[in-house]
Design a protein around this ligand. Structure first.
Ligand SMILES: CC(C)(COP(=O)(O)OP(=O)(O)OC[C@H]1O[C@@H](n2cnc3c(N)ncnc32)[C@H](O)[C@@H]1O)[C@@H](O)C(=O)NCCC(=O)NCCS
Ligand SMILES: Nc1ncnc2c1ncn2[C@@H]1O[C@H](COP(=O)(O)OP(=O)(O)OP(=O)(O)O)[C@@H](O)[C@H]1O
Length: 197
């Protein structure tokens, strides 16, 4: 089983690329989804979030109010650092567990893709053989995030919490340019997939 890391900032097109890789037969481990699952009531990250951020960030049913928490962490860098310190080790542990599980299947998939916006920032690159970076100009990232319903200021704040493209480039072993059309992106992924297998 080959293990690929897929990364890129906000609204860069990671999910679009990973759905395409899934069609080709890859198994996808989605770090955003894993983080969300670990923050469900009673789960390890939920307990820590409540301990450090208090019950103010909870909905009435005890689930985390993601909008309130996002407002806290993307306007106060100390709070973001705290949330990252809670979630990133747990996300890492869960990714390791799931990769082992895939590897131990009687027939492991040919490729596992770790889809993580913060693959590089959170230091997960040692878990993967290659780092595929979905690269998009910040202006287009904001446009696409807004088209998806996010306020422009919110998108700006999230982008500011992520490493700039040139810093991520240093860690990338392959770059997928997603400034153009979906078709153009697919052509590049077809090529990378052929080279991989
Ligand atoms: C802050 C939270 C509650 C906001 O939830 P929300 O549903 O609005 O966003 P969602 O989780 O779908 O993330 C959307 C995008 O926001 C950006 N983002 C999320 N967390 C972070 C972060 N810690 N730093 C920078 N950008 C982030 C990413 O581009 C991500 O793809 C949530 O993102 C969270 O718990 N983040 C901490 C966990 C984490 O770092 N996840 C990233 C994968 S390791
Ligand atoms: N080449 C493209 N041209 C136009 N729109 C695109 C292209 N690629 C992706 N999109 C759109 O941009 C938005 C962001 O893409 P996607 O959800 O794949 O990004 P992401 O990196 O997974 O985002 P996030 O991690 O922030 O959730 C989506 O609405 C998607 O349909």
């Amino acid at each position: 089983m080959r293990v690929i890391g897929l990364t890129g900032g906000l609204a860069s097109g990671k999910s679009t690329v990973s759905s395409y890789l899934k069609e080709k037969g890859a198994e996808i481990l989605d770090a955003d989804l894993i983080a969300r699952e670990l923050m469900a009531p009673g789960q390890p990250a939920w307990l820590e979030v409540v301990r450090y951020f208090g019950r103010d960030v909870l909905n009435e049913d005890g689930s985390i109010n993601r909008q309130v928490l996002a407002e806290r962490v993307f306007t106060r860098s100390e709070d973001l650092a705290l949330l990252n310190a809670i979630t990133h080790p747990l996300v890492r542990q869960e990714i390791v567990r799931r990769l082992n599980e895939l590897n131990n299947r009687p027939t492991p998939p040919p490729v596992a893709v770790v889809d993580a916006p913060l693959l590089i920032e959170a230091g997960l690159t040692d878990l993967v053989e290659e780092v595929w970076l979905v690269a998009v100009e910040p202006k287009i990232q904001i446009e696409r995030a807004v088209a998806r319903g996010m306020a422009a200021e919110e998108a700006q704040r999230r982008l500011a919490a992520q490493w700039p493209l040139d810093k991520k480039m240093v860690y990338a072993t392959r770059v997928i340019d997603n400034n153009g059309s979906r078709e153009e992106m697919k052509k590049q992924v077809d090529e990378l997939w052929l080279q991989l297998l």
